[in-house]
Ligand binder design. Structure first.
Ligand code: F6P
Length: 354
């Protein structure tokens, strides 16, 4: 067991519903184990500037059910410089923080990795609506974002049915189509366009035209942000021109990033937060907490980042050399499983979204 005097908790990058639940779990689990907790505000910017306050049990009351992050968040380019990192390390020394739980996406994990190299034990929690951390099946905030999206799409469906219209809806996700794909199934979309699978717009338009001729009045098409800036607006225009169906375009953008977390996100955040503290106490560091096949587990940050780059086809030359054949095979298997899941879900939209 490693002895800690104080641990810090921070949220960084895009906020995600459930981050508060994670902050609460980390704080209370650490206090339960007799360690002081410091809330680090505004992510790595707050760490550099010393925007830090002590947290007691009651400081994290009534946040479990709230969206956003009570610690606020930031993207901090200064932290990527050696000078910024040195300032952050000095802050840790000044506040006697010897362990940090960092909640965020891959940028947050890169920061945690660098901090670990400078002697501060760090564990990362995947907090992003995008679900684009390949080492975990679910990220904190993903479920809520999708639930918000389907609630909004249900409302669009009502008015589409009244007026016999089509709605093209763009949802966030950066380069990942996870939100779009699952939302498309759950909202009964006719078609979904995601960056991971080539989208045949002609085929989708044909499908709409045929169903329209058979009496269908409402059409929902979901487009992932990762298809490009103008893609959804252009597709909406094409659908209207080529089918004669009045087509409206809606970009949900940040709306799906706010709101109270679902039960699933509260549970995931709580279990992951608790596990992060457990790992620190076991003397483990430089880990990401994940959920795989229904179980909470951990993976090394470097491994998680490399796995991500492998999945996204962005591996740097020689990046796999530190890993054993078995680890590399595992990475391939995880990526393959995700690709297969995507293909399966995509074909569900194709067959059932009529
Ligand atoms: O990573 C979360 C996310 O909401 C992405 O889906 C989106 O592309 C991006 O952040 C938007 O970033 P910002 O909040 O800086 O506009």
């Amino acid at each position: 067991m490693k002895q800690f005097k104080r641990i810090g908790v921070l949220t960084s990058g895009g906020d995600a519903p459930g981050m508060n639940a994670a902050i609460r779990a980390v704080t209370r689990e650490a206090i339960y184990r007799g360690v002081e907790v410091m809330g680090i505000y505004r992510g790595y910017s707050g760490l550099i500037e010393g925007d830090i306050r002590p947290f007691g049990v009651r400081d994290v009351s009534n946040i479990l059910n709230r969206g956003g992050t009570m610690l606020y968040s930031d993207r901090c380019p200064e932290f990527c410089t050696e000078e910024g990192m040195q300032k952050a390390v000095n802050t840790c020394r000044e506040f006697e923080i010897d362990g940090i739980v960092a909640i965020g996406g891959d940028g947050t994990f890169r920061g945690a990795n660098d901090l670990t190299a400078h002697g501060i034990s760090c564990v990362g929690l995947p907090g992003t609506i995008d679900n684009d951390i390949t080492s975990t099946d679910f990220t904190i905030g993903f479920d809520t974002a999708m639930n918000t999206a389907i609630n909004l799409i249900d409302k669009l469906r009502d008015t589409c049915e009244s007026h016999a219209r089509c709605s093209v809806v763009e949802v966030m996700g950066r380069g990942a189509g996870d939100i779009a794909l699952q939302t498309a199934i759950a909202s009964g979309a006719t078609a979904v366009a995601i960056p991971e699978i080539p989208f045949d717009a002609d085929r989708a338009i044909d499908k709409i035209r045929t169903s329209h001729s058979l009496g269908k009045r409402t059409f929902i098409v979901i487009v992932s942000e990762g298809m490009g800036k103008e893609y959804s607006a252009t597709l909406a225009k094409r659908i209207q021109e080529e089918t004669g169906i009045e087509t409206k375009f809606a970009r949900f953008a940040h709306v799906v990033r706010g709101g109270d977390p679902t039960l699933r996100d509260r549970l995931l955040a709580t279990l992951m937060g608790q596990r992060a503290v457990e790992e620190l106490f076991l003397g483990n560091s430089n880990l990401v907490v994940c959920e795989r096949a229904g179980s909470i587990c951990t993976t090394e940050i470097n491994y998680a980042l490399t796995l991500d780059r492998m999945y996204k086809g962005k591996l740097a030359e020689g990046e796999l050399s530190p890993y054993s054949q078995e680890q590399i095979a595992d990475m391939h298997a995880i990526g393959e499983r995700k690709r297969k899941l995507f293909e399966k879900l995509y074909s569900v939209v194709d067959r059932i979204g009529l």
